[in-house]
Design a protein around this ligand. Structure first.
Ligand SMILES: [Zn+2]
Ligand SMILES: [Zn+2]
Length: 356
């Protein structure tokens, strides 16, 4: 089937200036890339910030298509692509490292030393290069994964989220069976963290947050205890729940400085903390406790070290139903409404998906 030459796309023309166009040129896959007919692109917490302020090294306004949690069908193959076929159902990860720097060679491509340098092969889809709020997108095969048959493409947008949660878990050496796990922040990444911790054999899983509807969803994802931090001190409660010992493994996904402080506060001797949230300001952590209690604190940038492949395998093997997390879907024509729904969390919005 011949590909069209133009497509519908939501294009950023300036700060806060998102416009729908129907004559955007359909990109052509370069060597090593596939062209994806986008089926679904989920709104991430970082997207409203990109809409409002752009992103360092973003494509020029008037050409910039963002959105980085997308799925679809392979529509065409670039030169040399042998690992995919036209028609494959796929999902993507936003980071494609340069492939040649020390970090990329070690698998840490989310912290590529040539970030934003297109000439050196770096891509950050939906950030420094175009992404998925359009009918078509091109991705290098290193950033593309096949979606198992059992996972619908709307829900498969959450595989990118799952990979971020899993990378946090991997950054602290995984979760051992029976361990007490605390997840701060019941957003999509935190809830997915709860789910993955459950699949990995965690003992007690404690989820903290401020919104009771989100905490309730946490129960569905596998949390044993939820703590509303508006009502009680999470550190005290976690020590009470663990006979005064503290938590083995902690995922801080809220991005609030207080939760980062509390993560150190509730950590057990020799425990591990992954910081996954995005913080607006420095946090006053008790670093002496970190030293004296032999605590590991790991930053976790996005979904490195092919965590997406592992996240897909785990969720597929356990036939997890991701549908409770996708609360709203909108056609591309109504993307403004989709953003409003996601940002204001209208109707209890969690993951809002746009269908180009
Ligand atoms: Zn994201
Ligand atoms: Zn690199």
């Amino acid at each position: 089937m011949a590909l069209p030459t133009t497509m519908k796309a939501a294009v950023l023309f300036g700060e806060g200036d998102l416009r729908l166009v129907d004559d955007y040129p359909v990109p052509r896959p370069a060597a090593g890339e596939v062209l994806i007919r986008v089926a679904a692109c989920a709104i991430c917490g970082s997207d409203p910030k990109i809409l409002a302020h752009g992103w360092p090294n973003h494509p020029p306004y008037g050409q910039f298509i963002f959105g980085h949690e997308y799925t679809g069908l392979v529509a065409a193959l670039g030169e040399g692509v042998t690992s995919f076929e036209v028609g494959d159902r796929v999902c993507v990860e936003p980071h494609k490292g340069c492939g040649i720097c020390d970090n990329c060679r070690d698998g840490y491509y989310t912290t590529c030393l040539n970030y934003g340098d297109r000439a050196k092969g770096h891509r950050h889809y939906g950030f420094s290069t175009n992404g998925g709020y359009a009918e078509y997108a091109c991705n290098h095969v290193n950033s593309v994964y096949k979606v198992p048959k059992a996972i619908p493409l709307d829900e498969a947008t959450l595989l990118t989220t799952a990979a971020t949660s899993l990378y946090g878990i991997r950054r602290i050496g995984g979760i051992q069976a029976g361990e007490t796990v605390v997840v701060f922040g019941p957003g999509a990444i935190g809830l997915m963290g709860v789910l993955l911790a459950r699949l990995m054999g965690a003992g007690i899983i404690i989820l903290t947050g401020t919104r009771s509807s989100r905490l309730e969803l946490g129960w569905e994802m596998g949390a044993d205890v939820t703590i509303n931090v508006r009502d009680e001190d999470p550190v005290q409660r976690i020590f009470d729940l663990t006979d005064g010992i503290g938590a083995d493994a902690i995922l801080e996904c809220s991005g609030t400085t207080q939760a980062a402080v509390d993560a150190v506060g509730c950590c057990k001797k020799n425990g591990r903390i992954a910081l996954v949230g995005i913080y607006g300001q420095p946090a006053p952590l008790d670093v002496n406790k970190v030293v004296q209690w032999n605590i590991t604190v790991a930053g976790s940038k996005a979904e490195g070290e092919r965590s997406m492949a592992q996240a897909i395998a785990l969720l597929n093997q356990h036939q997890v139903d991701l549908s409770p997390l996708v609360t709203h879907t909108f056609p591309l024509d109504r993307i403004q409404e989709a953003f409003e729904t996601a940002e204001k969390r209208l109707g209890g919005a969690l993951k809002v998906v746009v269908n180009p």
